[in-house]
Write a protein that binds this ligand. Structure first.
Ligand code: NAD
Ligand code: ZN
Length: 233
C-alpha cells in the first residue's frame, strides 16, 4: 500500500512551534511579505536573517520535541507492505528527529543555508549574518536560509506529483490548504482516483475536496489513524 502524507505547520503546533497564520494573520508578529519573500530579503536582509535566526534558535533550544503525530508517522513507514512518501511544508526537523528518513521538504529547511554565489547548501546551526562566509566557496554575504519564500519554486515538485498520482492514499495533516502548489495535491489525488483523508483541528480551505476527514489535534488523531491502518492489515 502506497501512502503519500503531506504535513503542514499544524503537525508541529503541539510541539510548541507556532503555526503560520496566527489569529491576527501574522507569523510571529510579522507580515509574511516582510520576512518570507525574496523582495523582503533584498530590502532588509538583516531583518529577514534575524527572523529565521530566532526560529532556528528556538528549534534548537531544547524546548521543542517531536510529538506523537511525528513519531507515529515514522512508525507507520516501518510497517512491512506499507510504502510512505512523507512530504512536508515545514522547515523544522521534527520528522527527522522522530525517525523519519527521506522526508521531502518542499519548502526547504531551517537548518540549512544556501549560497546565492555558488548554489551549494550547507548544514547550519548557528545564526546567519550578512557577513557569514560560505563554507563551500569562501565568499561572504551570499548565504541565505535554504527555505522557499513566496514567489519561489518549491522543491521536489515532479517527484511529489508522481508519488501522489501513484498512491493508494493521500493524507494531509495540519495544513491550511491556502499555500499552493501544496494545496493542489488533494485535487491531483482525487483526479487520479486516490483515496484522500484530511486530519486537521478545523476546516481548511480545501476540506470539501477530501473523501474523509478526522477533526482534532494531530497528536491524538494521527496515532488513532495509524493504529487503525496497522490493525487492519
Ligand atoms: P498554516 O499555519 O497556514 O495552517 C496550519 C493548519 O494547521 C491550519 O489549518 C490549522 O487548522 C491546523 N492546525 C493547527 N493546530 C493543529 C493541531 N494541533 N493539529 C492539527 N491541525 C492543526 O500552515 P501551512 O498550511 O503549513 O502553511 C504554512 C507555511 O509556513 C508553510 O509553507 C511552512 O513552510 C511555513 N511554516 C512552517 C512551520 C514549521 O516548520 N513548523 C511553522 C510555521 C510556518
Ligand atoms: Zn558559496
Amino acid at each position: 500500500m502506497k501512502i503519500v502524507i503531506l504535513t503542514g505547520a499544524g503537525i508541529s503546533a503541539e510541539s510548541g512551534v507556532p503555526t503560520f497564520r496566527g489569529p491576527d494573520g501574522l507569523w510571529e508578529g510579522h507580515r509574511v511579505e516582510d520576512v518570507a519573500t525574496p523582495e523582503a530579503f533584498r530590502r532588509d536582509p538583516v531583518l529577514v536573517q534575524r527572523f529565521y535566526n530566532m526560529r532556528r534558535r528556538f528549534l534548537l533550544s531544547g524546548a521543542v520535541h517531536p510529538n506523537p503525530a511525528h513519531l507515529e508517522l515514522a512508525r507507520l513507514a516501518l510497517q512491512p507492505g506499507i510504502e510512505v512518501t512523507l512530504v512536508t511544508q515545514n522547515i523544522d526537523d521534527l520528522h527527522e528527529r522522530a525517525g523519519s528518513a527521506g522526508v521531502l521538504h518542499m519548502h526547504g529547511e531551517l537548518l540549512k543555508a544556501r549560497c546565492e554565489g555558488c548554489g551549494e547548501t550547507s548544514g547550519i546551526r548557528e545564526d546567519l549574518e550578512p557577513a557569514t562566509i560560505c563554507p563551500e566557496c569562501g565568499e561572504a554575504g551570499r548565504l541565505r536560509p535554504d527555505v522557499v519564500w513566496f514567489g519561489e519554486m518549491p522543491y521536489f515538485l515532479e517527484e511529489i506529483g508522481r508519488a501522489v498520482e501513484a498512491a493508494d492514499w493521500f493524507v494531509s495533516i495540519g495544513t491550511s490548504g491556502l499555500v499552493y502548489p501544496a494545496a493542489g495535491y488533494v485535487s491531483v489525488a482525487r483526479d487520479a482516483g486516490v483515496r484522500t483523508l484530511e486530519i486537521n483541528l478545523d476546516e481548511s480551505a480545501t476540506s470539501g475536496i477530501f473523501d474523509d476527514s478526522l477533526r482534532g489535534p494531530a497528536g491524538e488523531q494521527v496515532p488513532r489513524w495509524v493504529a487503525g491502518i496497522i490493525a487492519a492489515r
